[in-house]
Design a protein around this ligand. Structure first.
Ligand SMILES: Cc1ncc(COP(=O)(O)O)c(C=O)c1O
Length: 451
C-alpha cells in the first residue's frame, strides 16, 4: 500500500499537549462522556477501583477483548505460508492489523510498520540494526529524561562501537532543555533519540525544533512514543521524524506487541536484527538473503493475536473525539495539579501548568517514600505507581529516590482524581513529618516500578 490519500478513519491529529490548538474549532459530535467510555472497559467494572496507572499499562475495551477471542476461535493458525483456509484468514487478519496501524500513524505505507514486542524491543532492534553502520566517534544525542529503554540499548551500542553519547539536560520544570540543542548537537551526531512525552514529568517534547536541528547536521531522529501514543492518533508525516516506537499494552491493546515505524527507504537500508524463519528470501547451507521490510525485521512467528488486537485497539482509538478527550484530560490534570499543590509536603515534578504536557503527574511527599504513598493509596482503591519509573538518571537529577505517579486515560473521572487527593490528604494528616518516619523512609531501598 502506498497510501498517500485521505485517511479513511476520522482521526483527529491535533497534537495533544498543545492546548491552543485543542481549543480551536468546534465538534459536531455529542458531548464526550467519560463515564460512558469507561463502560466499554470490562476491566474497570470493579467497584471502588480508581485506576490511575495508565502510563504503565492501559486497560482494553470490550471490542479488543472480543476480537482476540474471535481470532483464537475462528482463525487461529500460523501466518504467511498457509495453504489452508485458516492460515489464509490469519494472514489476512495480520495484514489488516498492519494497515490499521499504518492509518493510526498516518504512515506513507504499510511496509513502514514493523511488528515488535513493545517499545523496548523496537529500540533494541533499531540500536542493533542502525548501529552496524555507525563508526567510532559518531555521536548519539539523548536526554536526561529518557526511560531506560531509550538509554541502555544506546549505552551498550556505544560501548561496542566506540560511539559518544551526549545528553540534553532538563529544565527546572522537568522538560528537555531545548536551549542546549545547539551546543549538544554536533556535526558528528548520527541520531537524536528522545522521548515524545516523559513517563515521569508528562512533558511533551518540542519535536519540530528537534527535527529542524537534527536535519541541519544530517542526523536521524527516533522518538520513543510509548507515552504519547495512548493520548491519540499520531501523524508521522507531520512529525517528520525517521523512526517511532510504541507499545500495544499502553494503547488499549494486548501486551507482547509493539511497533517500530521507520521511513521505508531507511528500513530498506538496515540489516536484520533477529534472523530465522519468515524473514528470508533464499537460504543455502552457507548464506541467506532477506526479504524487504517489514518482514526482514520479523523473524519467527509474530505475536499474531496481539497484533490483531492492537489493530482493533488503534481503530477504536481512531473513532474517538480526541479534541473533547484532550479537554477532559486538561481538566483532570488541572484538578490533580491544584489538589497536589494545596496538599502540605507534596512536590510535583514536572510542569505545573497544562501546556505541552500530558496527564502524567509525578510527585514526592515529605517524609514518605513513593512506595509508602502508593501502598496507602492502594488501600483506598487508587492504583498508582511509585519508584524510579525506569528513569533513574532523571530521578537522581531531581534529587529524589523515587516518586509516586498518577497517569490519566480518556476513561479517567473526577472521582478518580478526588479519591487520590482524599487518600493523600489522609496520609499527610495522619503521618505528619516526624523525624522517626523520615529515618525509616531513608533506609527503604525498594523501588519496584517501571513503566
Ligand atoms: C517513555 C517510555 N519508553 C519506553 C517504555 C518501555 O515500554 P515497554 O515496557 O512496553 O517496552 C516505557 C514504559 O513505560 C515508557 O514509558
Amino acid at each position: 500500500m502506498r497510501d498517500a490519500g485521505p485517511r479513511s478513519l476520522a482521526m483527529k491529529t491535533t497534537e495533544p499537549g498543545n492546548q491552543q490548538s485543542m481549543n480551536a474549532g468546534t465538534t459536531t459530535r455529542p458531548a464526550f462522556d467519560p463515564s460512558a467510555l469507561k463502560r466499554q472497559f470490562p476491566g474497570l467494572a470493579e467497584p471502588d477501583l480508581h485506576y490511575l496507572d495508565n502510563a504503565a499499562t492501559a486497560q482494553m475495551p470490550e471490542v479488543v477483548l472480543s476480537a482476540l477471542r474471535r481470532f483464537e476461535i475462528e482463525a487461529r493458525a500460523n501466518v504467511h505460508e498457509g495453504a489452508h483456509r485458516r492460515a489464509r484468514a490469519a494472514t489476512a487478519a495480520l495484514g489488516e492489523a498492519r494497515s490499521r496501524i499504518a492509518r493510526f500513524l498516518h504512515a506513507y505505507s504499510t511496509e513502514e510498520v514493523v511488528f515488535t514486542y513493545g517499545t523496548t524491543s523496537s529500540i533494541n532492534m533499531l540500536a542493533d540494526s542502525l548501529g552496524a553502520s555507525l563508526n567510532p566517534g559518531d555521536e548519539i544525542l539523548l536526554s536526561v529524561l529518557e526511560h531506560h529503554s531509550n538509554l541502555v540499548p544506546w549505552q551498550r551500542l556505544a560501548a561496542r562501537r566506540g560511539l559518544v553519547l551526549r545528553f540534553l539536560p532538563i529544565t527546572n520544570d522537568g522538560r528537555i532543555d531545548m536551549d542546549r540543542l545547539q551546543s549538544e548537537l554536533t556535526s558528528r551526531c548520527r541520531l537524536v533519540a528522545l522521548t515524545h512525552c516523559s513517563n515521569v514529568t508528562g512533558a511533551v517534547t518540542d519535536v519540530a525544533r528537534v527535527v529542524a536541528a537534527a536535519r541541519h547536521v544530517g542526523a536521524r531522529v527516533l522518538l520513543d512514543g510509548a507515552q504519547r501514543a495512548l493520548h491519540g492518533p499520531l501523524d508521522m508525516r507531520r512529525l517528520d521524524v525517521d523512526f517511532y516506537a510504541f507499545s500495544g499494552h499502553k494503547t488499549y491493546g494486548p501486551t507482547g506487541i509493539g511497533v517500530l515505524w521507520g521511513r521505508r527507504e531507511l528500513l530498506e537500508a538496515l540489516p536484520p536484527f533477529l534472523t530465522g524463519g519468515q524473514m528470508i528470501e533464499e537460504v543455502t547451507l552457507e548464506s541467506a538473503t532477506f526479504r524487504p521490510p517489514p518482514r526482514r525485521f520479523e523473524a519467527g512467528t509474530p505475536p499474531i493475536a496481539a497484533a490483531i488486537g492492537l489493530g482493533v485497539a488503534l481503530k477504536w482509538m481512531g473513532s474517538l473525539d480526541w479534541r473533547a478527550i484532550r479537554k477532559h484530560e486538561i481538566h483532570l490534570t488541572r484538578r490533580l495539579l491544584d489538589g497536589l499543590a494545596s496538599t502540605a509536603g507534596v512536590r510535583v515534578v514536572g510542569p505545573s501548568d497544562t501546556r505541552n504536557r500530558l496527564g502524567v503527574v509525578s510527585f514526592s511527599v515529605d517524609a514518605f517514600s513513593a512506595t509508602e504513598v502508593c501502598r496507602h493509596l492502594d488501600s483506598h482503591g487508587v492504583a498508582l505507581r511509585g519508584g524510579h519509573h525506569c528513569a533513574q538518571p532523571l530521578i537522581r537529577a531531581l534529587g529524589l529516590e523515587g516518586v509516586a505517579r498518577a497517569s490519566l486515560a480518556p476513561y479517567s473521572l473526577d472521582s478518580d482524581v478526588d479519591a487520590l487527593l482524599q487518600g493523600l490528604d489522609e496520609l499527610v494528616r495522619a503521618g505528619g513529618a516526624s523525624s522517626k518516619r523520615r529515618s525509616r523512609m531513608l533506609v527503604e531501598k525498594r523501588y519496584p516500578a517501571c513503566g
